[in-house]
Design a protein around this ligand. Structure first.
Ligand code: PRT
Ligand code: ZN
Length: 304
């Protein structure tokens, strides 16, 4: 049972819509769990009651999330940018359309136009007068308008990739990640309509009640979890003369800590929080630039 949205108690709790099943479901729950949220699940597995914080989850089809946000049934949502920008299936009156609050770094894919492998491609103008099958009609129509192309948008709810074979379309506009589905259907991608990934979506205006505090706390933790996920602490020692070269190789680290090693005048200890990957290649380059005793450590938790 989903509690009613109108009671005062609910306004004091924050409700987040996430994908019930499908590729965004597990990563979304894992991300929220990493923020310290724990839930008790209802027997129908549609609603999770927040036990550590008054933050509940509603488990739904991802395509329903923009509508649930626009209707105020949910306060926040984790959904693909493609679904968020496509918007609710039926347009809602009023200014409640949700905005992207944070990109979350999983569920990456691209909404792409694809044509038959054997067809030539020059530029978007060649789609003029074509039928293009998609489950993202709003995004496709906007892209066609931006590119000054007049084409027929054929809306399908699924199996877009077989529309050419069925004779329903001359081109398709569909999500692509590895490209294997396009290749298996003898199609080739020719233009990117949208780069997508899972995002946290929320209202344009701040909440005017207790949910505002909860949303701020969640964002603070989320930012920390996302930062930690991509961060590595690099520690090494080097001669003072090597420092400029090392700093060039550590350009993704904000203000590394540099200290003089006790009992020396020209030996330094360097500690840098790197935002990008710190793989073997980079370690070799640092070593060649004079770094010694290199160590790369994962970061457990951070709070600004
Ligand atoms: O039933 P419900 O509507 O709740 O779930 P769903 O079936 O829509 O979920 P799902 O998992 O298919 O998609 C959820 C979201 O995952 C999408 O809105 C995207 O934001 C994101 N995502 C990331 C993808 C893909 N990658 C993806 N590859 N969604 C779909 N695909 C499909 C694509 O439509 C095509 O059929 O995978 C196929 C292409 O994959 P490749 O690897 O062969 O290129
Ligand atoms: Zn869906």
């Amino acid at each position: 049972m989903i509690p009613a949205t109108s009671s005062v108690a609910v306004r004091e709790r924050l409700r987040i819509a996430i994908h019930k099943s499908g590729r965004l479901a597990e990563p979304a729950r894992a991300l929220l769990a990493a923020c310290g949220l724990v839930w008790r699940e209802s027997s129908d597995r549609l609603f999770c009651f927040g036990e550590t914080w008054p933050i509940d989850l509603l488990l739904v089809r991802d395509d329903d999330i923009p509508g649930l946000l626009a209707d105020g049934v949910c306060d926040l949502g984790i959904v693909g940018r493609n679904v968020l920008r496509e918007g609710p299936a039926a347009p809602r009156p009023g200014p409640r359309a949700a905005r992207e609050w944070r990109p979350l770094g999983f569920g990456r894919c691209r909404l792409m136009l694809a044509i038959a492998q054997d067809d030539d491609w020059s530029d978007p103008s060649q789609l003029a007068g074509c039928r293009i099958a998609t489950s993202h009609p709003t995004l496709l129509a906007a892209w066609l308008a931006e590119n000054g192309v007049s084409a027929e948008v054929v809306t399908l709810s699924g199996s877009v990739e077989i529309a050419l074979r069925l004779g329903k379309a001359d081109a398709i506009c569909d999500l692509v990640s590895s490209g294997a589905t396009l290749a298996a259907n003898l199609l080739r991608p020719v233009a990117v309509v949208l780069d997508s990934e899972a995002v946290l979506a929320g209202p344009a205006m701040p909440f005017g009640d207790a949910r505002g505090e909860l949303a701020s706390m969640l964002l603070r933790r989320l930012d920390s979890v996302l930062q930690v996920r991509d961060s590595r602490l690099l520690i090494c020692q080097a001669a003072r003369a090597a420092l400029p070269g090392l700093l060039r190789l550590l350009s993704d680290a904000e203000a590394p800590t540099i200290t003089t090693i006790e009992g020396t005048t020209d030996r330094l200890a360097v500690q840098a929080l790197c935002r990008g990957a710190v793989g073997w290649q980079r370690l070799e380059e640092l070593r060649l630039a004079g770094a010694q005793g290199l160590m790369v450590l994962p970061v457990e938790r951070m709070l600004a």
